[in-house]
Design a protein. Structure first.
Length: 113
């Protein structure tokens, strides 16, 4: 009687790359994403996170752009256009998240059995 599952070693075969005749769709070339044109401006969709270095007064923000081909990146607060509007929205979302977490914690601790 085996106490653990066993697999016969005789059934193991060495790995070989996909056969193009058997799997024609497997090796599709990746889609090319067109680069931004020089005149095209990066538009910020939303601020995701905030960080501050120890000895610096300036804050960095993780920014998500409207164009889905661009990755999120950290930029300085002074480099954000329309920063007051985006910062206000970021602060409100952060407060709402904290309020929601506090409400959930108080609900969990005040259960009546």
């Amino acid at each position: 009687m085996n106490k653990h599952p066993a697999f016969p070693v005789s059934l193991i075969k060495p790995y070989s790359s996909s056969d193009k005749e058997l799997f024609p769709l497997r090796n599709k070339p990746p889609l090319e994403i067109p680069p931004l044109e020089e005149g095209e401006e990066k538009k910020i969709l939303k601020l995701l996170e905030e960080r501050r270095a120890r000895n610096k007064k300036e804050r960095d923000y993780l920014v998500r752009y409207r164009n889905p081909t661009q990755e999120d990146e950290w930029i300085l607060e002074k480099d954000i256009k329309n920063s007051d509007k985006l910062l206000r929205r970021f602060g409100n979302e952060r407060k709402a998240k904290q309020y929601k977490n506090q409400a959930l914690l108080s609900f969990k601790t005040n259960k009546v059995y």
